[in-house]
Design a protein around this ligand. Structure first.
Ligand code: ADP
Ligand code: MG
Length: 203
């Protein structure tokens, strides 16, 4: 006697596994990498990184790797060399970059974590706009608008800063500023039109 083929059992099993997020052939599916990501509703944040003191490449790489461990689905821009703007006296050129990623932290806790990364690279503040080993600015925190002592988001000066907008446009041109409702690409375009003699950033 031949066994009765149990039609539908295998396809149903596969369907259930794939629905649960596990593909029996390819492993976990439908999940983006990153330790902090658990749902599709985490805020997407943008962080600007800068360094113009000491071993700039190493400070930048350190910040990027710490952010990679902290944020989900991270995207990081290239490093750009930029001439210091609005700083005290003569200063060495900056390296600048931007990253975006998802977080489960509050904006306040994320900013504290960014300041701790700066401190790990010996960041000092002898005077405003002094040269810095590492500067991490919280540019955007999802669509939140926050204005509290010690925490302003979106970052109040990011729309005038080519060294923030250009790296950010490389990785997230469609990300929107919740205050002006403009995309990063639009803000960069406006800045370029209003400062036609600007110095180009060097990757
Ligand atoms: P800057 O980056 O403008 O040269 P600092 O890095 O010294 O200045 O930052 C000064 C303070 O600004 C930080 O200690 C922090 O508490 C505060 N701050 C407020 N909002 C933000 C933000 N969105 N990103 C980074 N720092 C912020
Ligand atoms: Mg800063």
């Amino acid at each position: 006697m031949r066994p009765i083929p149990r039609k539908g059992v295998v396809p149903l099993f596969l369907f259930c596994q794939v629905k649960k997020g596990y593909d029996p052939f390819f492993g976990v599916v439908g999940r983006r990498s990153g330790p902090t990501r658990t749902s599709d509703h985490l805020p997407l944040v943008a962080v600007a990184i800068g360094s113009n003191l000491g071993d700039r490449e190493s400070h930048m790489a350190f910040a990027r790797s710490r952010l990679r461990a902290m944020l989900g689905s991270i995207r990081a821009s290239s490093f750009y060399e930029t001439t210091p703007e609005g700083v005290e006296g003569e200063q060495p050129a900056f390296l600048n970059a931007a990253v975006i990623g998802e977080t489960q932290l509050s904006a306040r806790d994320l900013l504290d974590a960014l300041l701790a990364i700066e401190a790990d690279r010996g960041r000092e503040r002898p005077f405003a706009r002094a040269p810095r080993t590492l500067d991490l600015d919280l540019v955007l925190f999802g669509d939140q608008i926050i204005d509290e002592p010690g925490l302003t988001v979106p970052h109040p000066r990011f729309r005038e800063r080519r060294f923030v907008l250009e790296p950010l446009a490389e990785i997230a041109p469609d990300l929107r500023d919740p205050a002006s409702h403009k995309s990063i690409a639009e803000l960069l375009d406006e800045l370029t039109r209003s400062t036609p003699d600007h110095e180009a950033l060097r990757r």
